[in-house]
Design a protein around this ligand. Structure first.
Ligand code: SF4
Length: 342
């Protein structure tokens, strides 16, 4: 059941240092710390415009994103959470989620969060490789990730993990190893943000000096595809792949380099579907005509961005007639093949 999320951004406050890839002012387009009154206004505004009343199964969650929530003073955390308490009481909001760092999780702070009905904690883990973490100046090791994840779960809270493939020192091998370690932790959900170089960051300096190379878009799609398949196999939902294309990030020059694409998840999914279509045709090479029936909501994903999958299939199987048709009766994620000897 997907929650209706009311996002509240806490840019970089509470962070012990600025990580080399991070500029929250650009990523989320906000510089100042909201006051508790600001938070109440944000919640009221979202509740006014929410269409969730027509979808009774959806629940509403206030999400404190950005920065390091548990790095804020107890007083500040408490003031924010107190602001949400009346909405929880009158059932306009059902729960709270927040994002933080693995090294800012301890029992005392979890007690505070639980007393205010926080349900979900998202940890910006980024990598489980200690060298990558060090080069990215994250300030903790993979052991700390394991400890904090365990503590969050022992306290009965939902655990989300964010990963950033392609940080300095990263390799495909390390990314897959990271993903395998994350599977063992068994988070409730994941987000994958392939690393991009944002203006005014230390990563930009390294990139301009030639000391850091980004993943290409093609490499990032291929790696994220492997990660997604591994997580799907382990029944861990991946709720986001690719950074959120905010207005400030989309401004010219905000992203200096890296595998950014506004529809990155779609590219990864299309690539997975391409492989499945390829295998299906390969198994039936004696046939001439292939018509794939897919759910209407997935037609463009099957055909690929700018019909890339169609073009590639036609190139890989010259002389074959390959068509796609919409069919409401086909289950999402599946396709049905109608073929003939032509
Ligand atoms: S902890 Fe997160 S928000 Fe804070 S500087 Fe690092 S990446 Fe940015």
């Amino acid at each position: 059941m997907k929650p209706f999320i009311i996002p509240v951004f806490i840019p970089i406050y509470g962070c012990p240092n600025k990580c080399i890839y991070c500029d929250q002012n650009i990523s989320i387009g906000q510089q100042s710390l909201p006051t508790p009154n600001d938070v109440a206004s944000i919640v009221d505004e979202h509740l006014k415009t929410a269409s969730f009343h027509s979808k009774p199964r959806r629940y509403t969650q206030v999400a404190f994103y950005g920065g390091t929530f548990t790095g804020l003073s107890f007083n500040t955390q408490g003031n924010y959470l107190k602001t949400i308490a009346p909405y929880l009481k009158n059932k306009k909001v059902q729960s709270i989620r927040l994002s933080t760092r693995p090294d800012y999780i301890n029992q005392q702070n979890l007690n505070l969060l639980k007393s205010f009905s926080v349900k979900t904690i998202e940890l910006g883990v980024q990598s489980m490789d200690d060298e990558v973490l060090k080069l990215s100046q994250r300030g903790y090791t993979s052991q700390k990730v394991e400890e904090s994840a365990r503590l969050i779960k022992e306290n009965g809270l939902e655990l989300g993990i964010q990963l950033m493939p392609g940080l300095p020192g990263d390799t495909e091998n390390k990314i897959i190893k990271t993903s395998e370690q994350i599977c063992k932790i068994k988070p409730d959900f994941l987000r994958i943000y392939p690393t991009v170089v944002i203006k005014n960051t230390l990563l930009q300096k390294l990139y301009l000096k030639g000391e850091y190379t980004t993943l290409s878009l093609k490499q990032a799609i291929s790696i994220c595809k492997k990660m997604l398949l591994l997580f799907q196999y382990n029944h861990i939902p991946v709720i986001r792949i690719g950074i959120q294309p905010t207005k400030t990030l989309l401004k010219p020059g905000a992203i200096v380099a890296g595998p950014f694409h506004p529809a990155f998840r779609e590219l990864v999914l299309s690539s997975i579907l391409y492989d499945r279509l390829f295998v299906s045709i390969k198994k039936n090479l004696t046939l001439k005509t292939f018509t794939f029936f897919v759910h209407p909501s997935e037609l463009s994903t099957f055909m690929g961005n700018k019909k890339e999958n169609v073009k590639k299939l036609k190139k890989d199987f010259p002389g074959f007639d390959i068509q796609f048709r919409q069919d409401e009766g086909v289950q999402c994620g599946k396709f049905e093949l109608s073929n003939s000897l032509g």
